[in-house]
Design a binder for this molecule. Structure first.
Ligand code: COA
Length: 153
């Protein structure tokens, strides 16, 4: 048994009323953040939107879009001061477990080639490169490609 206490978190569906803390985290960790409107559109489109919360408040969130037999992970974010404590890995495990329970075939996502943390997280779960989307992301010097990663479920 591990002597390291595991933080207690809960995963709950995101609602419109959660968007103040969600966008506060989003704006604090990304150079090109999603807007409140992007999150609202996701909620209203019926995308799967999760919060990860502990007793102190919001730890992180995720947005996923189901296409018939695949799930597209659109956003996975952990508050800056809580990163690198295992929250991202545990949340991704939760999302993958849900997708497997729903009998989905594949999880796909885009990540910036420059995002070492994200790439390492996804590689640890067995995601493999499935393609490149040219000029997908805004960047300080123009645009940045996206790596498309996929995990067979
Ligand atoms: C990427 C992110 C979701 C990972 O969540 P996290 O809670 O910080 O990560 P964890 O503590 O669960 O660590 C998971 C793995 O990622 C690695 N990792 C996380 N952040 C890292 C960083 N900045 N640099 C290098 N590796 C990093 C960890 O080392 C760990 O790998 P290891 O077990 O081989 O050491 C989180 O850092 C984040 O929100 N970043 C900003 C937003 C983002 O990039 N989201 C993904 C977009 S596709």
């Amino acid at each position: 048994m591990s002597a390291v206490p595991q933080p207690r978190v809960q995963y709950q569906p995101m609602r419109d009323t959660d968007l103040v803390p969600v966008t506060a985290i989003e704006e604090s960790i990304y150079e090109f953040p999603w807007t409140r409107g992007n999150f609202l559109d996701s909620l209203h489109a019926g995308y799967t939107c999760w919060l990860c919360q502990d007793t102190h408040g919001l730890v992180g969130y995720a947005v996923l879009m189901n296409v018939p037999d695949e799930v597209h992970l659109l956003n996975l974010s952990i508050a800056g001061h809580l990163q690198r404590r295992g929250h991202g890995a545990r949340m991704l495990e939760f999302l993958i477990d849900n997708a497997r329970s729903a009998k989905l075939r594949r999880m796909i996502l885009e990540v910036r080639p420059s995002n070492d943390g994200g790439r390492r997280l996804y590689a640890n779960f067995g995601f493999r490169e499935a393609g490149i989307r040219r000029d997908y992301y805004p960047a300080a010097a123009g645009r940045e490609d996206a790596l498309v990663l996929a995990l067979d479920l």
